[in-house]
Ligand binder design. Structure first.
Ligand code: DX5
Ligand code: ZN
Length: 220
């Protein structure tokens, strides 16, 4: 089952409520919320108080992508704010196992992400406890960058390992996803597609979401 998670980094923050409702009407499954601290990545976006306000505007699944140096410290705040899935980076300073346990103990789904330079095998020891793995297809920090096709062997290796162990773990791809590469990421085993500029920059987001889903599902 393919899911589309529009990255709100590309939305108009002056009318978030309308934007979220528009995404829901257009068939978005989740909302991807990019949290950046200006330290782990060279950009700053928003924190838990803003997510709490967003929660009042939408009942879509909140897919919170933490690009911050010490995720463990802020997990309780993001759970309270209404996150449904929390993704943190294996390259962060927080202890991986403890951070996963904390997210799960607070009733949230835990996900781990790898930057382009990090081998995907680094997440293998944690797969049993994860609901999702995010394979970045750009260097985290900014929307609108070019998709890195060279990440596909990582997605393939991860899907093979998940299948080999008989697990139910989503594979998310994030960065430069569009109708040009949706088929390729689906073929390699990704089933949750983040798309910022491709969806918010589209003249017909409903058609773009439908098309992304159809392209990614073509291998089924
Ligand atoms: C990048 C963010 C992405 C980004 C995706 O650091 O994690 O979620 O907003 O935007 P596009 O789809 O425009 O590359
Ligand atoms: Zn993201």
């Amino acid at each position: 089952m393919i899911k589309i998670s529009p990255s709100i980094l590309s939305c108009d923050y002056s009318k978030m409520g309308e934007e979220f409702e528009r995404m829901k009407q257009c068939g978005a499954d989740w909302l991807h919320i990019d949290v950046m601290d200006g330290h782990f990545v060279p950009n700053i976006t928003l924190g838990a108080p803003v997510v709490k306000c967003m929660r009042k505007c939408s009942d879509l699944v909140f897919d919170v992508h933490l690009m911050i140096s010490d995720p463990k410290k802020y997990i309780p705040d993001f759970v309270k704010a209404g996150a449904d899935v929390i993704t943190f980076h294996i390259e962060s300073d927080s202890p991986v196992e403890e951070t996963i346990e904390l997210i799960r103990s607070l009733g949230c789904k835990a996900a781990l992400s790898v930057k382009p330079g990090t081998p995907v095998e680094s997440v293998f020891p944690y797969l049993e406890k994860l609901s999702m793995v995010l394979v970045m297809t750009v260097e985290p920090g900014f929307g609108g960058q070019s998709f890195m096709e060279s990440m596909m062997p990582k997605v393939r290796a991860l899907r093979d390992e998940i299948n080999r162990r008989g697990l139910d773990v989503d594979i998310q791809v994030d960065g430069g996803i569009s109708e040009k590469n949706a088929k390729l990421v689906g073929e390699n085993g990704a089933n949750v597609l983040v798309a910022g500029s491709a969806v918010f920059g589209s003249a017909d987001p409903k058609e773009t979401i439908r098309s992304l889903k159809a392209l990614a599902a073509q291998h089924d």
